[in-house]
Design a protein around this ligand. Structure first.
Ligand SMILES: [Zn+2]
Length: 77
C-alpha cells in the first residue's frame, strides 16, 4: 500500500480523530481499530473506517456508513 500524498488537511483531521475518539458504535478506540480510506479520484484520505464494526466516519467525525453493533442491549422498534 502506498502512502504517497497522504499528508493532507483531511488526513491531519482524520489522524486527530483516531488519536482521541472512540467509535460510536462499538466503543473501541479508533487508535486501535481505525483505518484510513483513500479516495482515488480525490487523491486524498476522506474517511476513517472502524474495522471492528465497519462504521465509516468523515473528517468531522460524522457517521457516513453505519456499522454492525455487536452487543445490542436495546430493541429498536
Ligand atoms: Zn467500531
Amino acid at each position: 500500500m502506498q502512502f504517497k500524498g497522504l499528508d493532507t488537511k483531511n488526513w491531519q483531521k482524520l489522524k486527530k480523530i483516531t488519536k482521541s475518539k472512540r467509535c460510536h458504535i462499538c466503543y473501541y478506540r479508533l487508535s486501535k481499530t481505525g483505518i484510513f480510506l483513500y479516495n482515488k479520484e480525490k487523491e486524498d484520505t476522506t474517511h476513517i473506517k472502524c474495522f471492528n464494526c465497519l462504521t465509516v466516519y468523515n473528517t468531522s467525525f460524522g457517521i457516513t456508513d453505519l456499522g454492525i453493533p455487536r452487543e445490542v442491549g436495546h430493541s429498536w422498534d
